[in-house]
Design a protein. Structure first.
Lengths: 126, 156
């Protein structure tokens, strides 16, 4: 089990695993997110990550989407919602979100960079 | 969308159900990929069709949703359209979001709409159209004829 006690999720066509990294956690999302309302899956996960990272004083969350082949706009909304939580987070508690991308997947090459503009300085895509 | 002289075309008519969207998306992706040998482009158009079909399932009235896709010889353009029937309320809502997200710089419109979406607590994102506009760079057109709504995009 990882630092935040987040269990693996397998639902519909998506698998989500959370692993420990040196100063935080890595969330690995694989498959397709094309369900009608992905917020029922993603909002509780990102709430748990956000609250857990703040209470543990962790400084980095990696979001690995290199094997996420499709994400619908409702899924993008869920990620945006998570990132926007950082806008209202006290500066000393802020953490960095690093998104690991796969440029061979079209939506990633275009949409992921836009997420960096939501809370400038808090998100980078590599 | 009239069928023009094309390198190839498909037309799919189906009763909009969520479970069929992924099937249609995969078919469109494959159709473009084997025609133009360009997977990235195929992914973009398939994404656009998928987003339009999601809207059709969520907001359309009636059973008939029609997807048309044409590969046009001029500049190897791709034209895709999705048509469905909708209620006056749904059409009004579509016009409002259309007018909002089709103006100005596509990236700025996308970011603004993402920020707005993040404040929503319902299941709607209202990101589909602005995402299509930004990610595909396509020319987009909305046609309303009575209760029939058609969204067409052309990408070169």
């Amino acid at each position: 089990m990882n630092k935040l006690s987040i269990e693996s999720i397998k639902q519909d066509k998506v698998t989500i695993d959370t692993q420990d990294i040196a100063d935080g956690v890595k969330i690995i999302v694989s498959g397709d997110i094309d369900m009608q309302d992905p917020s029922t899956l993603l909002d509780p996960l990102f709430d748990k990550v956000h609250n857990g990272v703040l209470s543990s004083g962790l400084k980095t969350v990696e979001l690995d989407v290199t094997n996420l082949t499709f994400l619908n706009s409702s899924g993008i909304k869920a990620i945006a919602k998570w990132i926007m939580k950082l806008a209202g987070t006290e500066a000393s508690k802020k953490y960095q979100i690093k998104i690991l991308q796969n440029k061979a997947i079209a939506w990633q090459a275009t949409s992921l960079q836009t997420l960096t503009f939501l809370v400038p300085g808090s998100v980078n895509v590599v | 969308m009239e069928i023009q002289e094309s390198l190839g075309f498909i037309e799919i008519k189906f009763g909009p159900r969520w479970k069929y969207i992924a099937v249609v998306r995969a078919f469109i992706q494959n159709f473009i990929a084997v025609s133009y040998l360009d997977n990235l482009r195929a992914d973009k158009i398939a994404m656009a069709a998928s987003e339009l079909l999601e809207n059709a399932v969520k907001y359309a009235q009636g059973e008939e949703t029609i997807v048309k896709l044409q590969l046009l010889p001029e500049k190897e353009s791709i034209m895709v359209s999705v048509s469905n029937q909708a209620s006056p309320e749904a059409i009004k809502g579509l016009k409002e979001i259309w007018d909002k997200v089709m103006q100005g710089d596509p990236l700025q419109a996308y970011i603004a709409q993402m920020q707005l979406a993040a404040t929503r607590n319902d299941s709607k994102s209202q990101l589909g159209l602005v995402r299509i506009r930004y990610e595909t760079g396509a020319d987009m057109k909305l046609d309303i004829d009575g209760d029939k709504v058609t969204i067409t995009l052309t990408q070169s």
